[in-house]
Design a protein around this ligand. Structure first.
Ligand code: CP
Length: 312
């Protein structure tokens, strides 16, 4: 089976078959990561570039590593030291990259819709690595892969997503993805950080974390975006931690085998207690490893590979 699309811009418009294909292909990719010799020739002769207009540790590095494990030529455009700083427009930057011969671009931008604009204006394949508050599709894919790997299925799980739902592209992509598998989704946060019409996405919203954690299989904790405090959306980090920090005591309301996820980077002691972040229920490090496997699967499928090729 092939991934019949030029670009990966969001989870919202993806079919369940497409999601299954990516998740199923990530398994054999993870096997490659586990080998002594972590290199296959699958993308030899292909070239990819990462262009991040916002900071990143996990996403950018794992895309580069994924490309290298598959033998693609990978380049990072360091935006902070590029001609973007001399005022070059996005359109000209993208055209310049395209005519160098890259096959695929991975782009992150603070403005919602930038990867969609780029996709309309280039022949390169485009992967959205996070656009504003809209979507972060590869984060949702690696979250879904991690949950499925641990639980055996995504079907019908009760999943809580805690924090700044209003500004979170991670929350949005997870909601779009998990709802396609019939998950019961609960979103929790202060009213100032909760979109007014969020329940139209098929989720139930809560302001009380203890109530929302009752019987859940998975808790995905979002990063507190500290800059929001300056905008007056919550009074203080201490106040936020009092009401919304996930702690071992609070987690007792969830199922015994609950999984704790966090996309990173974490504010320990604000949205998640340090003991929980490093505890037995945390799969935060597995998420990072699985991020490499998911991005390998995606690069491979988007550059024409099939699941059968990698499993045979
Ligand atoms: N989760 C995530 O997107 O992390 P980075 O910002 O480090 O890429």
């Amino acid at each position: 089976m092939r991934l019949e699309r030029k670009d990966l811009l969001g989870i919202r418009d993806m079919s369940r078959d497409e999601l299954d294909l990516i998740l199923d292909t990530a398994g054999p990719m993870k096997d490659i990561i586990g080998r002594d010799l972590k290199k296959v020739p699958a993308l030899r002769g292909k070239a990819m570039v990462t262009v991040f207009y916002e900071n990143s540790t996990r996403t950018r590095t794992s895309f580069e590593l994924a490309g290298k494990y598959l033998s693609a030529d990978t380049v990072n455009l360091a935006v902070a030291t590029s001609s973007v700083q001399k005022g070059e427009s996005l359109r000209d930057t993208i055209k310049t990259i395209e005519v160098m011969g890259f096959d695929l671009i991975v782009i992150r931008h603070s403005m919602t819709g930038t990867p969609h604009y780029v996709a309309r204006n280039t022949s390169m394949r485009v992967i959205n690595a996070g656009d504003g508050t809209n979507e972060h599709p590869t984060q949702a894919l690696l979250d879904m892969y991690t949950i499925r790997e641990k639980k055996g299925t995504l079907e019908g799980l009760k999943v809580a997503i805690v924090g700044d739902i209003l500004h979170s592209r991670v929350a949005r992509s997870n909601i779009y993805g998990l709802s396609k598998y019939g998950c019961e989704l609960r979103v929790i946060g202060p009213s100032t950080l909760m979109p007014a019409e969020i329940e139209k996405l098929g989720v139930k919203s809560y302001h009380n974390l203890d109530q929302a954690l009752e019987g859940v299989d998975v808790v995905n904790v979002l990063r507190v975006q500290r800059e929001r405090q300056q905008s007056g959306l919550f009074p203080s980090l201490d106040e936020y931690a009092n009401l919304y920090m996930l702690s071992p005591a609070r987690l007792r309301r969830a199922k015994e085998d609950v999984l704790v996820l966090h996309p990173g980077p974490m504010n320990r002691g604000v949205e998640i207690s340090s003991s929980l972040a490093d505890g037995a229920q945390s799969v935060i490090n597995e998420q990072v490893t699985n991020g490499v496997a998911i991005r390998m699967a995606l690069l491979f499928l988007m550059m024409g590979g099939t699941r059968d090729e990698i499993t045979n």
